[in-house]
Structures are given as structure tokens and as C-alpha cells.
Design a protein around this ligand. Structure first.
Ligand code: HEC
Ligand code: HEC
Length: 205
């Protein structure tokens, strides 16, 4: 009985219409040479608005391994309550795993102040992708640096965005949380436009 129950739960999980990864956005970059540096910089400014938004930056933190609580639903900005520290593992194996509270159950994201949940491992982003409190210039340089961005070119970064269920949550967080600005498709389009323009950053010559 127990095994059957689990199998049913697992099947329901995979069958649920939870934003199937990889099927939600169209990757259609503008033609090579068709985006001016100026337009690329405008696209970048919007990409940064997203990256620096609490729904993204709360997890994109640095080597102190402490997730952040920030954004209107949190009142004042502070490190995650209950002394949560993700450790070098970035998933909390050293102390208490993120999945202890951030594990997926349908409907839970509708409850204010419940732990956000997605149908994949909840964990901090890599240290190299530290965005919290970082300037537009800093985040821009990190995202175009293959040594610090997971070795991805802009096309790979754009496609990667659709394969990440956490991102689908960030634009549809529920529970009174403010969603990230724009939407996933616009964000992907902006990453592509920025890339075709040659990944310009605001401090370039
Ligand atoms: C003991 C339960 C618990 C554990 C363990 C836990 N969290 Fe949380 N987390 C919460 C709760 C509850 C909230 C929401 C608090 C609120 O909205 O007031 C939250 C919110 C967050 C947020 C803010 C999300 C947003 O933008 O609204 C991040 C980021 C986060 N947790 C990351 C982590 C990471 C990374 C780990 C593992 C290292 C972790 N949490 C472990 C309970 C937990
Ligand atoms: C729950 C924590 C969490 C939240 C919230 C989150 N991310 Fe991430 N992010 C990760 C993890 C984990 C990785 C590394 C795994 C991967 O690349 O899929 C990552 C990697 C990335 C990468 C690859 C970056 C690089 O340089 O390696 C991008 C781009 C990214 N996230 C964008 C976003 C955006 C945009 C948002 C908000 C809309 C966001 N993330 C919100 C955890 C998070």
C-alpha cells in the first residue's frame, strides 16, 4: 500500500501542470547585427531590474551562504530567519537542508509567509552569481564572463532560463509576494537582444 501511495504521489507530481520545464518560452534571437549597442544597453537595464529584484537576488547571494529575506512582503531587509545558512553545499547539508521546509506541495505557495516551494531542489545560486546588493555593472560583467557564469554564452543563458522551475515561481510566487518584473518571455527576449548587441555593459568604453 505504502509503495503504491508513493508512486501515485510521484506520478501526480510529474503529471501536474506545474509549468513543464522547457516548454514555456520561445528562443528567437534577433538577427545578428540588428541590435545597436544602445538598444542592447536598454535591454540590459531591464535584465538587471529582474536580476536585482528580491525574487531573484534573495537566493543569488555571496560566500556567507546566507539567503536573504527582502522585498515588500518581508518588511525590512534581513538575512533568512531561524539562522539558516546554506553552507558551502549551498543546500544546507551542513546544518539543515533547504528541502526540509522548501519541498514541493501544490497550493502551498498561496499561503503568505509559508516557505516558497517549487518542484525541484530549492538551493542558493552559485557564489559566482552573487547578485544581492551588486550594481548593474557588476552583475553585467559577471553574466558575460564564461569563467563565472557557468560557461554559457548568451544563447545558452537564455535557453537555460526556461529549464529552471525556480524562475517560473519567481514570476508567479503567490502568497502576497511581489513577482519579478516583466515576464519570463520578455526577460529571455531581453537577454537575447543584449547578447546580439555584443553583451554591452554600462561601463564599457
Ligand atoms: C525551517 C524552515 C526553513 C528552512 C530549513 C529553510 N527555509 Fe527558506 N524560508 C522559510 C520560510 C518560512 C520562508 C518565508 C518567510 C516569509 O515569507 O516570511 C522562507 C523564505 C526563503 C527565501 C525568500 C524567498 C522570497 O524571495 O520570498 C529564500 C531565498 C530562502 N528561504 C532560501 C532558503 C535556503 C537557500 C535554505 C537552505 C539553506 C532555506 N531557505 C531553508 C523556511 C525555511
Ligand atoms: C531558490 C533560489 C533561486 C532563486 C529565487 C533564483 N535563482 Fe537563479 N539560480 C539558482 C541556482 C541554484 C542556480 C544554479 C543552477 C542553475 O544554473 O540552474 C541559479 C542560476 C541562475 C543563472 C545562471 C547564472 C550563472 O551565472 O551561473 C541565471 C541566469 C539565473 N539563475 C537567473 C535567475 C533569475 C532571473 C531569477 C529571478 C527571476 C533567479 N535566478 C532566481 C537559484 C535561484
Amino acid at each position: 500500500m505504502k509503495t503504491i501511495g508513493l508512486a501515485v504521489v510521484a506520478a501526480a507530481l510529474f503529471a501536474a501542470p506545474v509549468f513543464a520545464a522547457g516548454e514555456n518560452v520561445i528562443i528567437d534571437p534577433p538577427a545578428e547585427g540588428s541590435v545597436s549597442v544602445e538598444d542592447g544597453l536598454s535591454a540590459w537595464a531591464r535584465v538587471y531590474e529582474v536580476a536585482s529584484h528580491p525574487r531573484c537576488s534573495n537566493c543569488h547571494v555571496g560566500s556567507d551562504n546566507r539567503p536573504m529575506w527582502s522585498g515588500p512582503s518581508y518588511g525590512k531587509t534581513r538575512p533568512h530567519g531561524m539562522n539558516i545558512n546554506a553552507g558551502d553545499s549551498r543546500i544546507g547539508v551542513e546544518t539543515i537542508q533547504c528541502s526540509t521546509c522548501h519541498s514541493y506541495r501544490e497550493g502551498l505557495n498561496d499561503t503568505p509567509h509559508a516557505a516558497p516551494q517549487v518542484a525541484m531542489n530549492w538551493q542558493l545560486a552559485p557564489v559566482e552569481a552573487e547578485w544581492f546588493g551588486k550594481s548593474s555593472v557588476e552583475v553585467c560583467n559577471q553574466l558575460r564572463d564564461p569563467d563565472r557564469n557557468g560557461g554559457r554564452d548568451y544563447l545558452e543563458t537564455a535557453s537555460h532560463l526556461d529549464h529552471d522551475l525556480i524562475l517560473h515561481w519567481a514570476w508567479n510566487p503567490g502568497g502576497g509576494r511581489e513577482p519579478a518584473p516583466y515576464d519570463l518571455q520578455s526577460h529571455v527576449n531581453d537577454v537575447l537582444a543584449w547578447g546580439v548587441a555584443g553583451t554591452p555593459c554600462p561601463d564599457d568604453e
